[in-house]
Design a binder for this molecule. Structure first.
Ligand code: DP6
Length: 334
């Protein structure tokens, strides 16, 4: 009972920030629908996680390793939140060993948990021989990390918030080839974040702007889905940029307030109109960290990358295109 999977991380165009207040918080049922692009790094960093899991009666305890380190505490608990219900569903009581490798720094605002829990859910479902659709796998990935629900699919993805474990899952809007959009990530800081998204979600509802953000995000999720299907890059970019600002307004005005930007982040935001004036059609988004993703048409990507590299404080850039579906692999790590 062993299987391995490779999963890609994703960047949200419409953000998930805050869990619905009337549900068990461990289910990660979000307060609004969200939309993302699953990403594939075009240089040596592909922004993906490779995970192997094996269930066996020879193991005396459950063990999980990430990048060579044994996981404990909240990291181990989140892994068990995905594996335990699947193990129960399959009627298996063997212990497991899990090995996982990210090809990028963990918790650096590059969404390591989206690819991590997507890889874990795919590998576990396959190791336990469960005949699940991608949508069903998405529900279990969500239990580890909300955004992982979207990383099961490639291309452009819609997570329907739902109102229960059974109705909250992601589906694909379109394949990577169907909408021409790439991105460049401007890395300004690579350290771990002070307040992880997992914790930050708990504070969203304390902001007086949260209700407005939720209502606008619901509208924008529909509008952006239409614009993706119409291949309307400008509308997609503008909506994504607006939605990111709404999320950060909520973060900054919650209790406690969360300021994820660094001076370099603001410098990038303020350089954006100038880059556009110079003909670089690009729009930014920022997650729970200081790094900035810029969306662009594929033909603009390398010029955009050069322009970003000239901005003070940008340490590295990573060009990305939409990834294919996350998938099972025969390459095992144990
Ligand atoms: C800002 O709870 O999925 O990236 O803490 O990495 O598990 P982790 O993140 P998660 O929250 C993601 C928050 C976000 C926006 C988004 O991806 O929708």
């Amino acid at each position: 009972m062993k299987a391995s999977a490779i999963a890609h991380s994703n960047i949200a165009l419409i953000k998930y920030w805050g869990r619905a207040q009337d549900h068990d918080p461990t289910l990660n049922i979000p307060s609004n629908d969200s939309v993302s692009m699953t990403k594939y790094g075009l240089d040596d960093i592909h922004l993906q996680t490779h995970t192997t899991i094996e269930f066996s009666n020879y193991y005396e305890e459950d063990t999980a390793h990430l990048d060579g380190e044994v996981l404990s505490g909240r990291h181990r608990d989140r892994i068990l939140r995905v594996i335990d219900p699947l193990r129960k569903y399959a009627g298996v009581d063997s212990k497991f060993k899990m090995m996982s490798k990210n090809d990028f720094p963990t918790e650096a605002g590059l969404a390591s948990s989206s690819s991590g829990f997507a890889a874990l859910a795919i590998a576990t479902v396959n190791a336990l021989n469960l005949d699940f659709t991608k949508e069903e796998i998405s529900k279990y990935a969500r239990l580890g990390s909300g955004s992982a629900a979207r990383s099961i699919h490639g291309g452009f993805v819609y997570w329907n918030k739902g109102d229960s474990h059974d109705t909250s899952f992601a589906h694909q809007i379109c394949d990577p080839e169907e909408f021409d959009m790439n991105a460049v990530i401007a890395i300004v800081h690579e350290g771990k974040k002070e307040v992880t998204s997992d914790v930050g979600h708990n504070f969203a509802h304390t902001s007086p702007f949260d209700e407005v953000r939720i209502r606008k995000s619901e509208e924008q999720a529909q509008e952006i889905k239409k614009a993706i299907l119409d291949d309307d890059f400008t509308t997609v970019g503008k909506i994504a940029e607006e939605n990111c600002k709404y999320m950060h307004a909520v973060m900054m005005t919650s209790t406690p307030p969360l300021f994820y930007w660094s001076p370099e982040t603001l410098r990038l935001i303020r350089s954006t109109p100038e880059m556009r004036q110079e003909g670089l059609d690009c729009y930014f988004t920022i997650d729970a960290g200081p790094n900035v993703h810029y969306f662009c048409r594929p033909e603009t990507m390398y010029d955009l990358q050069k322009a970003l590299e000239k901005i003070e404080g940008v340490r590295k850039t990573i060009p990305v295109k939409p990834a294919n579906d996350s998938h099972v692999t025969e390459r095992h790590l144990l």
